[in-house]
Design a protein around this ligand. Structure first.
Ligand code: CA
Length: 394
């Protein structure tokens, strides 16, 4: 265990702002001896600030090998630490294993080039630094070189990328439903029951809203033909390369064990069949209509990496859908949900099945509503819905 003085213990963010800066820890300085040209040496500087139960870590990865175009840094949290968010990289944790993938703008590392990103997480009993960093599969570990003398870092809170703005004014879809003056959705939002029609309904609700005084209400029932959707008339087929979706959703009944859908995206890469967001086994999931693949896999370990959709309160749900590569991310509030993350690396119980289909999705439209394939009733409200080509905050 590290000596206490090597960490800045933070009891609150207010204290953090007042505190003298943290101490940089060089936990792994190592020049690998490449056994082939493909292997790259690397060094990781992992600087932790922690407070009871939580921490942030600034991670600087330096490429000591040949230049790389795209990097993937892995490590293990063996003591129960859980990464909950990240900036300047996409970071996911499955069990104890953590994977950080470069952001669009910091993937190219020349020899001796470095990239920095940050993570925030939780810890319980102890929070030792990881010891098994690997860059693109090549271990950075080792006893390594003597750390260079540390210089006092500036007094500042941990660097963070500001969250994206909730303002969606320039997005293709940016709707608070306040312009819906009737009871029936109209104008840019049209009722749709694509396959058959039963008792499902869609209305403009003036008594429940996340913003203003209006929202979209769906009363959906069990049974396939009782589905009801409201479709945006906006053409989304040119958005990208990453399509960002933000919505506030409120619902009444916990997600059932059976499969249900509440967001349906017609997908031209599936000949118009849908990329769907809904639930199964009580937790959120993605589903692809053509092959019925799910994300995460519906194993107990996979479902555990997803989250329920809380009932009775407004929830901010966001997606990032890569239309040119296998990349899919999902946030519930500020949490990036590990089980609802697909990348180019198949992970058992998460995206192994999902990545069996290599053609990236190409959503063309957005439908909000309810569809059950067996059991499952729900009443849902949607508000402050946005779709664009750049990140949109909550
Ligand atoms: Ca509203």
């Amino acid at each position: 265990m590290r000596t206490p003085h090597s960490r800045l213990l933070r009891r609150s963010w207010a204290a953090a702002l007042a505190a003298v800066g943290s101490v940089a820890l060089l936990v792994s300085g190592f020049v690998a001896t490449p056994t082939s040209a493909a292997e790259a040496g690397c060094r990781v500087d992992y600087t932790v600030d922690q407070w009871p139960g939580g921490y942030t870590a600034q991670v600087k990865v330096t490429n000591l090998g040949p230049a790389v175009d795209g990097w993937r840094l892995t490590w293990t949290h063996a003591d129960g630490q859980q990464v909950t968010s990240a900036w300047n990289a996409t970071v996911t944790q499955t069990g104890a294993s953590v994977v950080a993938v470069n952001a669009d703008w910091n993937g190219s590392l020349a020899t001796d080039g470095s990239a920095e990103f940050g993570v925030q997480g939780t810890w319980s009993s102890t929070n030792p630094d990881p010891t098994d960093f690997a860059l693109n599969g090549v271990a950075c570990g080792g006893t390594g070189t003597t750390p260079p003398p540390t210089t006092p870092p500036p007094t500042a809170p941990p660097p963070t990328t500001p969250p994206p703005s909730a303002d969606c004014g320039s997005a293709v879809v940016c709707s608070d439903f306040e312009d819906q003056t009737g009871t029936t959705p109209s104008g840019a939002w049209q009722f749709a029951a694509p396959d058959c029609q039963g008792t499902g309904t869609a209305t403009v609700d003036t008594s429940v809203a996340h913003s203003g005084s209006r929202s979209l209400r769906i009363d959906g029932s069990a049974g396939y033909c009782n589905h009801a959707f409201v479709a945006s008339t906006a053409d989304l087929s040119s958005l990208g390369p990453v399509m960002y979706v933000r919505m506030w959703v409120r619902h009444t009944t916990a997600l059932p064990a059976a499969h249900v859908t509440f967001v349906s995206l017609p997908d031209s890469s599936q000949d118009g069949r849908a990329l769907r967001v809904g639930g199964q086994n009580g937790a959120l999931q993605w589903n692809r209509e053509t092959d019925d693949a799910t994300l995460p896999a519906q194993s107990p370990a996979g479902v555990a990496q997803s989250r329920p959709l809380p009932t009775g309160s407004w929830q901010c749900l966001r997606f990032a859908i890569d239309t040119t590569a296998p990349g899919l991310d999902t946030w519930l509030g500020d949490e990036q949900i590990p089980g609802l993350h697909a990348d180019g690396v198949p992970t058992q119980d998460i995206d192994e099945q999902w990545l069996a289909r290599t053609t990236p999705p190409r959503p063309t439209a957005l439908r909000l509503g309810w569809e059950s394939y067996g059991t499952g009733d729900d009443t849902l409200w949607f508000d402050d819905v946005a779709v664009g080509s750049s990140p949109i905050g909550c």
